[in-house]
Ligand binder design. Structure first.
Ligand code: WT7
Length: 660
C-alpha cells in the first residue's frame, strides 16, 4: 500500500494544499431551496434507519408487482440482497407504467445525430419499440438469464436494446464502441453472450466510422457462444454479412409484434454486466441487479439533480458504454418519467459550439458532463458558449474525475450564468449510482469538492489501520454499510470480488480512491491510490496496457504510468524496453507501431500519449516496478527517492537514454 500511495505525486500534494484553502461557498438561492426536491431533514431521516429509508424510496419511486418484506439481507457479507422476494420489471417501470399513467405523449428521448438528423420518441413510442425488440430477441432464442452483448453508438436503439433485454430478463453487457475487436471478443467470451446487437457504424467528426467489422473480427474464430448478430442501419456503409447469423434490425425488430407483456423478475435478478478496468490485466465484469440498483438510480437522479420530470430537460453527455450512460441515460431518467436529450457525436462537430447550440435548441435545464469536457471548452474560449442562450440551465453536474476549482468556477460562471448550482458527483461502476454529492437545494457548494455522502450512504475516510481520520486529514475512501445499487459481484469470480474490495479493511468496501476531509468535514477526492488511471474520465488499467504492449513481439518489458495532464486529467505514458533487432529500428517507427498495437488490443482511448524507449525499468528487490519514479520522469520532475531499487544506477541509465 505504501508504494501505491507513493503514486500520489508532489504535484498532487501541492494541488491538494490549494484545494484545501478553497473557501468560496455558494449556498442555494432562497427560491431554489424553497422549490427543491430534497427537503431539509432528509439526512437525519436517512441516517436514523438506512434500510428503512431505502425501502421507502423503493416503494415511492418504483412499481412493484409483488412487494418485498425485507429491505436488506446482509447475512452473507459481502453479498448483499436488497428488496429480495419483491418482484418488478425494469422496462415496465421505465416505460409502460408512464403510458398507463397518462404520460404516453411526453417526450422520453430527443435524439440528435451527429449529421444533424433528429428523432423524438414519446413514452408511448419508446414503449412500443422496446416491446418489438423484446419480441425479436425472444424469437432469436434469447430468454431470461441469457447474456446479450451490446456494441452500439449513442443512438436510441442502444437504450431500446438495453430495456428490451431487461424486459425479458436477459442480462445486457454493453461494450463501449471505442473498444477494439479484441476487447469485445474477450468480453463476449467471459459473459458467454448469445446475441450481439451492433450497428453498421456511426459518425465521427462528419465521417462514417465503422462498428460491424469489429464484431466480425471478434467472432471470426469458432468456439464462441454467439448465435445471432442484430445490426442497426445507421451510417449505411457497406458491411460484410454472415448469412444465418446476421440480421438487420429494421427487418427483425421492424417486423416484430408490438404486443409484449412484461413479466416481473425478482429484485435480485441480474440486470447487467459492465466490464471495467482493475489493477490486473483482466477487466472485471461488474454485476448489477434490479431493485436496489433502480431505486438508488432513481432517487439520486431526483435528489442530486433536483429533477422535476414535468418541466426539466435532462442531458447526460456520457456514452452508454460507461456506467454513467447506464444509470443516467438508460435507467434513471426513464424510471423518473423525465425528458432527455441524447446526442450521438463529438462536441466539436461541425463546430465548437455544438453542445451549446443543443442546450439552446432543446432548452436543456440539467446538464451532466465530465471535467475533461469542461476543461476542453475552457481552452476553446468562453466567446463560444456566449453566442448561445443558455438561460434554461438550472443545475450542472460533474462526474468521472476530480474537478479542479478553476474549471468548476468557469462551469458555474460561463455555462451556469453564475446561478446554476454545480453538483460534483463521486461514484463508480461498482457503486452503480451517486454516492457523494451535494444536494443543490440544501448544500452550500464548494468549488472542487464532492462534499457529502448521499442520504442513506455511509462513506468514510480511514487511515492505514482502518480508523476514521479527523477533519483536516486524508486517507482511503471506504463505504461502511451496504447500499442498494452496490455491485453484487464480479461475473464468474466471487473470490476476486472479495479480494478486490473487501479485504483491505475489515468489513468495509475499499473504493481504491484517496480522499481528504476538510475542516468542515467535506470530502475532497484525490484520485486513485492503485494502478488504475483516469484519462478523460475513462478508467484504464496500467497493467492492462502493459500486457498489451508486451504482447507485441518487439517489446521485452513495459511499464505504464498516468502522468498529470491539464485537459485529460491523466495521460498514458509508457516506458518500453525493446527486444532484439527492434532496438535498431527508427524509434518513431516503432513507437507509432506500438501505439497502433495498443489501439488494436484495447481501443483507441488506451493508446499511450508518449512511449519512451529505455534500457531498463526501475524495480525493487522483489521485482515490483516503481511506477512512482517513472511518473516523476513522465511529469518532468527530478526522480524521487530511489534507494529501494535493486539496481540504483537504473534511474541514471534511463535519464541518459532519454537525453540521447
Ligand atoms: C473512478 C470510477 C462514476 C462514473 C464515471 C466513472 C473517479 C468518479 C469522480 C468525482 C473525483 C471521481 C474515481 C472513481 N471518479 N467520479 N466526482 N470526483 N473522482 O466510473 O469508470 O467506474 O471510475 O472515477 O477515481 O474511483 P468508473
Amino acid at each position: 500500500m505504501t508504494e501505491a500511495n507513493g503514486n500520489q505525486s508532489a504535484a498532487t500534494h501541492d494541488a491538494l494544499e490549494n484545494l484545501l484553502q478553497e473557501n468560496r461557498q455558494f449556498p442555494p438561492s432562497p427560491e431554489f431551496a424553497a422549490a427543491a426536491v430534497a427537503r431539509p431533514g432528509i439526512y437525519e431521516e436517512a441516517a436514523a434507519d438506512r434500510p428503512a429509508f431505502w425501502a421507502k424510496q423503493a416503494r415511492e419511486l418504483l412499481s412493484w408487482e409483488r412487494d418485498f418484506e425485507t429491505a436488506l439481507d446482509w447475512s452473507d457479507p459481502p453479498f448483499a440482497k436488497w428488496f429480495s422476494g419483491g418482484t418488478l420489471n425494469a422496462a415496465y417501470n421505465a416505460l409502460d407504467r408512464h403510458v398507463e399513467n397518462g404520460l404516453g405523449d411526453r417526450v422520453a428521448i430527443h435524439f440528435e445525430g451527429e449529421p444533424g438528423d433528429t428523432r423524438s420518441y414519446t413514452y408511448a413510442q419508446l414503449t412500443e419499440e422496446v416491446k418489438k425488440a423484446a419480441n425479436a430477441f425472444e424469437s432469436l432464442g434469447v430468454s431470461k438469464g441469457d447474456r446479450v452483448a451490446v456494441y452500439l453508438p449513442m443512438i436510441p436503439e442502444a437504450v431500446i436494446t438495453m430495456l428490451a433485454c431487461a424486459r425479458i430478463g436477459a442480462v445486457h453487457s454493453v461494450v463501449f464502441g471505442g473498444f477494439s475487436a479484441e476487447a469485445l471478443r474477450s468480453r463476449i467470451e467471459d459473459a458467454e453472450a448469445k446475441l450481439v446487437v451492433t450497428a453498421d457504424g456511426t459518425f465521427r467528426r462528419g465521417k462514417p466510422s465503422a462498428l460491424k467489422p469489429a464484431v466480425d473480427a471478434a467472432l471470426a474464430e469458432d468456439g464462441h457462444t454467439v448465435s445471432s448478430v442484430v445490426v442497426v442501419r445507421r451510417n449505411n456503409e457497406p458491411v460484410d454479412w454472415t448469412a444465418g447469423r446476421d440480421k438487420w434490425w429494421d427487418e427483425t425488430v421492424g417486423s416484430a409484434s408490438a404486443e409484449h407483456t412484461a413479466v416481473a423478475h425478482d429484485a435480485e435478478h441480474p440486470l447487467f454486466i459492465l466490464y471495467t478496468s482493475g489493477t490486473t490485466g483482466k477487466p472485471k465484469g461488474i454485476l448489477h441487479t434490479t431493485g436496489g440498483y433502480l431505486t438508488q438510480c432513481a432517487y439520486t437522479h431526483r435528489a442530486v439533480f433536483d429533477l422535476k420530470p414535468e418541466t426539466d430537460v435532462f442531458w447526460c453527455t456520457a456514452d452508454i458504454g460507461w456506467v454513467t450512460g447506464h444509470s443516467y441515460v438508460t435507467y434513471a431518467p426513464l424510471i423518473n418519467g423525465a425528458t432527455q436529450l441524447m446526442y450521438e457525436g463529438t462536441p466539436d462537430s461541425p463546430h465548437q459550439g455544438r453542445w451549446w447550440e443543443l442546450v439552446q435548441k432543446y432548452k436543456v435545464s440539467i446538464l451532466y458532463t465530465a471535467p475533461t469536457a469542461i476543461r476542453t471548452m475552457m481552452k476553446w474560449g468562453e466567446d463560444i458558449p456566449a453566442r448561445y442562450d443558455l438561460s434554461s440551465l438550472r443545475v450542472l453536474g460533474s462526474v468521472g474525475e476530480p474537478i479542479n476549482p478553476e474549471a468548476w468556477m468557469w462551469y458555474r460562471r460561463v455555462i451556469g450564468g453564475d446561478k446554476a448550482p454545480i453538483v460534483d458527483t463521486w461514484w463508480q461502476t461498482e457503486t452503480g449510482a451517486h454516492m457523494i454529492a451535494p444536494l443543490p437545494g440544501i448544500t452550500a457548494t464548494k468549488p472542487g469538492s464532492a462534499q457529502v455522502p448521499v442520504p442513506g450512504i455511509a462513506v468514510d475516510i480511514v487511515d492505514e489501520t482502518g480508523a476514521p481520520v479527523p477533519n483536516g486529514h486524508g486517507g482511503y475512501l471506504v463505504i461502511r454499510e451496504p447500499w442498494p445499487a452496490m455491485l453484487r459481484g464480479i461475473w464468474g469470480d466471487p473470490q476476486r470480488f472479495k479480494d478486490t474490495y473487501w479485504s483491505r479493511f475489515e468489513g468495509m468496501y475499499f473504493a481504491g480512491d484517496g480522499a481528504k476531509k476538510d475542516d468542515d468535514g467535506d470530502i475532497w477526492l484525490l484520485g486513485r491510490v492503485d494502478d488504475v488511471m483516469n484519462v478523460s474520465g475513462h478508467r484504464l488499467s496500467t497493467t492492462e496496457i502493459e500486457s498489451a504492449l508486451v504482447s507485441h513481439p518487439a517489446v521485452a518489458e513495459a511499464a505504464v504510468v498516468g502522468a498529470a495532464d491539464e485537459t485529460t486529467g491523466e495521460a498514458v505514458v509508457a516506458f518500453v524496453i525493446l527486444r532484439g533487432s527492434a532496438a535498431e529500428q527508427p524509434q518513431e517507427e516503432i513507437t507509432a507501431e506500438l501505439r497502433e498495437h495498443v489501439g488494436k488490443e484495447i481501443g483507441p482511448i488506451a493508446k499511450p500519449r508518449r512511449i519512451l524507449i529505455v534500457p531498463e525499468l526501475p524495480k525493487t528487490r522483489s521485482g515490483k516496478i516503481m511506477r512512482r519514479l517513472l511518473k516523476d520522469i513522465a511529469e518532468g520532475r527530478e526522480a524521487g527517492d530511489a534507494t529501494t531499487l535493486a539496481d540504483n544506477t537504473v534511474m541514471t541509465q534511463i535519464a541518459n537514454s532519454l537525453k540521447g
